[in-house]
Write a protein that binds this ligand. Structure first.
Ligand code: PEP
Ligand code: MG
Length: 570
């Protein structure tokens, strides 16, 4: 069993007996209900040859037509309950169902190989499921659930399988191995108060829908789903990602009391939505989000980000089977820019090498990959890949406020070569009359050498962003992933403070902005110091934005003792 919540541990220490299961929280809340176990009644799929392939094709086409009609109805229902953006999943299901390669594979198995429709649908569904499941990007992996959903829908229609009745007249917690978006929609009304599943990821559409419905939910829990759970009491504490079975009254009271406190804390944080990040003595900064996908941009918007300070663009490359095309990249960047409605989106140029390797591209074997062909060095060695990404970025900038950030820059020569490739790219796009926008240029300061020449780099670019994760590892010469370094690795040490201060001062000397986008940016105990140093922007995980804004608003930089700060960086 995974590590249990702190409340559970405290309770058990006091002599309470409790069965608790840990999972991932999807939407925070605490609720109690009677369990209804949902088990899919998967009809075994028979594999047989048919004589009349035309009649079999008709069975499939009829089933598809019914499925599309059901999805239209679900879309309308979801539109009412969760709004257009989240309801769109059912349109996507229709598109997947009508996708050429999905249909083609089924039709080929029926018409050319003579299989029955159920087998053709099931075999195609399995191979598409495996394909998505095998992708590195968690967002793409989660799409495998959508494939499963449309496959089950088609199989249920073909076999005449009826849906399990789950209605109840008391508060109900739906517990299942997994739930598809369609099932979530079906169970969301009536007396359902929470969902808990043994499988599923926090970025799946199922999770997104639960979040939109503001329904407490825990996914990926370490719990075995059996019919014996039916009728038991479940306490869902999704602040801690916990499911408790048959808790006693005392424990329920214990946790509900915590709910009250958490809700008070959270509602206080909500007061900070829409507010400026301004200190008590009037210093204003920007708080932006670090994201790796379009799904995370939704989280950034939800948490009122002042922009995207770091879009780790490598995840798109790592989730593919070959390099993404210019159009694919353009479409993602354009969507990101449009979603952020004029707020800046800083796209980091592809940062691969060392531990980030693409399955489809053999990076050279190096003795010290962390000191080798990574980040900008990889891109400068492969100007074709670099230019493809830059073209997509310039084109997306015609639709919003887009900037680019270059990783692992360590010399002025790097900066010069980047400028040269940019000039060439812009010339070519203009020559072909392709619409482009202005793209602000930034350098990710994450090597000691970049810190030392940060005055010269500031002169060359529009802004500097400090990547403290790598800066800590390269300045202390300690692998950030090596657990043996844990007792030595201190990302918050005087040398790091001094480097940050130096970069901020050098940026300001040339009237450029300085940001921090490494993990230390969200350390609330350091916000005061960064503010006193004059930082312009902190870029953090979306969920850290409001707590950080609160800390900023409560800080009075003028009250910080200069001696105290001076001792940190001088
Ligand atoms: C950093 O190094 O601080 C950074 C922001 O980049 P990453 O963590 O992706 O290497
Ligand atoms: Mg880095």
């Amino acid at each position: 069993m995974k590590k249990l919540g702190s409340f559970h541990n405290k309770y058990c220490k006091r002599g309470g007996i409790m069965t608790g299961y840990k999972g991932k929280s999807v939407f925070k809340g605490i609720t109690v209900g009677k369990i209804k176990v949902y088990m899919r009644t998967d009809v075994p799929v028979e594999c047989r040859r048919v004589d009349d392939t035309e009649a079999e094709m008709k069975r499939f086409c009829d089933a598809r037509e019914i499925a599309v009609k059901q999805l239209d109805e679900l879309y309308e229902l979801a539109l009412e309950q969760v709004g257009g953006e989240d309801a769109a999943i059912f349109m996507i299901h229709t598109m997947m169902m009508e996708d050429f390669s999905f249909q083609n594979s089924i039709e080929h198995l029926i018409s050319d190989s003579g299989f029955n429709a159920e087998y053709a649908v099931s075999a195609t569904g399995k191979s598409f499921y495996e394909m998505f499941r095998g992708m590195d990007d968690p967002y793409m992996q989660a799409r495998s659930e959508d494939v499963k959903d449309i496959t089950t829908r088609l199989l249920d229609i073909l076999s005449g399988n009826k849906e399990q009745d789950i209605s109840a007249d008391e508060p109900t917690v739906i517990v299942a191995d997994e739930l598809s978006p369609s099932e979530i929609m079906r169970f969301s009304g009536g007396n359902t108060v929470a969902f808990a599943t043994a499988e599923g990821s926090a970025s799946s559409h199922t999770a997104i829908l639960a979040r939109s419905m503001k329904m407490p939910a825990v996914v990926g829990a370490d719990i075995e789903i059996t019919p014996e759970l039916n009728g038991k009491t479940a306490l869902i504490d999704s602040y801690d990602g916990m499911i408790y079975i048959d808790p006693d009254e005392e424990f329920i009271g214990f946790v509900l009391n915590k709910k009250e406190k958490e809700e008070q804390k959270y509602s206080k944080l909500l007061e900070y939505k829409g507010r400026e990040n301004i200190t008590a003595d009037g210093r204003k900064i920007n708080i932006t989000a670090n994201v790796g996908s379009l799904a995370e941009i939704e989280d950034a918007i939800e948490n009122d980000a002042g922009g995207i300070g770091l879009f780790r663009s490598e995840f798109i490359y790592l989730s593919k089977e070959s390099f993404p095309s210019e159009d694919e990249l353009f479409s993602v960047y354009k969507t990101a820019a449009e979603k952020m409605q004029g707020k800046e989106v800083v796209i980091r140029a592809l940062d691969v090498g060392a531990d980030r390797r693409m399955a489809y591209y053999g990076l050279p074997q190096e003795n010290n990959p962390a000191l080798g062909c990574r980040g900008i060095r990889f891109l400068l060695n492969r100007p074709d890949i670099f230019k493809t990404q830059l073209r997509a970025i310039y084109r997306a900038a015609a639709y919003g406020n887009v900037s680019v950030l270059y990783p692992m820059v360590s010399t002025l020569v790097d900066a010069g070569r980047i400028r040269h490739i940019n000039d060439e790219t812009v010339r070519e796009l203009r020559r072909d009359s392709i619409p482009i926008g202005d793209v602000r240029q930034g350098i990710l300061v994450e090597t000691p050498s970049a810190v030392i020449i940060s005055d010269l780099l500031a002169r060359e670019t529009d802004f500097l962003s400090i990547g403290t994760n790598d800066l800590a590892q390269y300045s202390m010469v300690m692998d950030r992933e090596n657990v043996m370094m844990n007792e030595f690795f201190d990302p918050v040490n005087i040398s790091l403070f001094r480097m940050i201060k130096m970069v901020i001062d050098n940026a300001h000397r040339y009237k450029k902005k300085a940001a921090i986008c490494g993990e230390v940016a969200s350390d609330l105990s350091l916000a005061q110091i960064f503010l006193a140093m004059g930082i312009d922007e902190l870029s953090v995980t979306p969920s850290e934005i409001l707590p950080l804004r609160k800390t900023v608003c409560m800080t009075d930089v003028s009250l910080i003792s200069q001696e105290e700060l001076y001792s940190l960086w001088v």
